[in-house]
Design a binder for this molecule. Structure first.
Ligand code: C5P
Length: 318
């Protein structure tokens, strides 16, 4: 049996800078890996691939599940005669939350499948399979602390994590939000304002903030440096107007959390997870404990989690 972690991500800035002919949207975004992770293992099975799910997050895999799709893609393109695989997924990352859980699982499955079947992929082949699995999967497959992402997710400029860990308090309220629905809502907001982004976000300005954060991480920012940008990052997710329109109550929840936590809340990806940034994991834990004691309308305690965004790999020599 072989196993590995599938780590979640947050988007600390997300600019939607255009819509492509194929319907996808061009992004400029800073992705950051967390220590919140699913655990995926695999062992050979007689015939057919299977997936069993356990862990604290309830999840019933369907035909679009990325673990089984990853195995099917590798088999179809590189290993037509390979035997079946039995996957076990321990789920800790909430689903459809803006934390990239499904994409992380897909990237982990790509890695485990190629290892189990001894398939050697070139970097281009790996990127191709990852992109076919989903827009966020190339970042997940890259196994980097952070990155400035462009295109629909296929252009990745790796970045080091901060010098010391940023504590991230995450609030994931209610059911998940479909990424497809949020982008469709963004299109709807854009349609009424074809020349600028006042309704659906402010692409170029948001992209500047993403680039500023990326430049900071590249030169070795500390956690405090990242946290000091939180006010700018609060309004640096162009999907916010679409997500908050699809999820009535999200804007009120954000306002209430900002009062209680005394700091700005950032939407991760297409939501609905909201993030508060702290200069250490311990500071985020303390805030989470205090928050669970407060009654906020629309917020149940299990929706509150803490993770860190840290530097896990030594910086590559220039
Ligand atoms: O790539 P993925 O399958 O994860 O994306 C789900 C949906 O989100 C896409 O079908 C598309 O509607 C939307 N999307 C987009 N632009 C992106 C990423 C996702 O429009 N960059």
């Amino acid at each position: 049996m072989i196993e590995r972690l599938a780590r979640a991500k947050v988007n600390l800035a997300l600019a939607v800078v255009g819509r492509r002919a194929d319907g996808y949207h061009e992004l400029v975004s800073v992705f950051a890996r967390l220590d919140l992770a699913d655990r995926l293992s695999v062992e050979p099975a007689g015939d057919g691939d299977s997936l069993v799910v356990g862990g604290p997050i309830e999840y019933r895999p369907g035909v679009r599940d990325l673990v089984l799709r990853a195995a099917a893609l590798v088999r179809a393109s590189h290993a037509p005669d390979a035997a079946g695989l039995a996957f076990h997924l321990e789920k800790h990352i909430p689903m459809a939350a803006g934390l990239g859980g499904g994409s992380a699982d897909g990237a982990a499955a790509l890695d485990l499948t190629t290892r189990a079947w001894d398939v050697a992929l070139t970097p281009d082949e790996r990127l191709d399979l990852a992109t076919r699995l989903g827009s966020d999967v190339p970042f997940m497959a890259a196994d980097v602390d952070a990155a400035l992402i462009r295109g629909r997710g296929e252009y990745i400029e790796p970045l080091p994590g901060p010098l010391d860990p940023v504590g991230i308090l995450m609030v994931t309220s209610g059911a998940g939000l479909s990424t497809r629905d949020v982008f469709a809502a963004w299109d709807g907001l854009e349609a009424g304002h074809p020349t600028r982004r006042s309704a659906a976000g402010s692409g170029p300005e948001t992209a500047e903030r993403a680039r500023a954060l990326a430049a900071g991480l590249a030169v070795g920012w500390s956690a405090a440096d990242v946290v000091s940008m939180a006010t700018e990052l609060r309004d640096a997710n162009d999907l916010w107007p679409a997500a908050s329109r699809l999820r009535p109550g999200l804007a009120d929840l954000r306002s209430a959390l900002e009062v209680h936590l005394g700091r700005p809340l950032v939407l991760s990806g297409s939501g609905p997870t909201l993030l508060a940034l702290y200069p250490s994991g311990a500071a985020a834990e303390t805030a989470a404990t205090a928050l669970t004691a407060v009654r906020i309308s629309g917020l149940a305690a299990p929706a509150i989690r803490v993770a860190t965004f840290a530097r896990t790999a030594p910086r590559e020599a220039p």
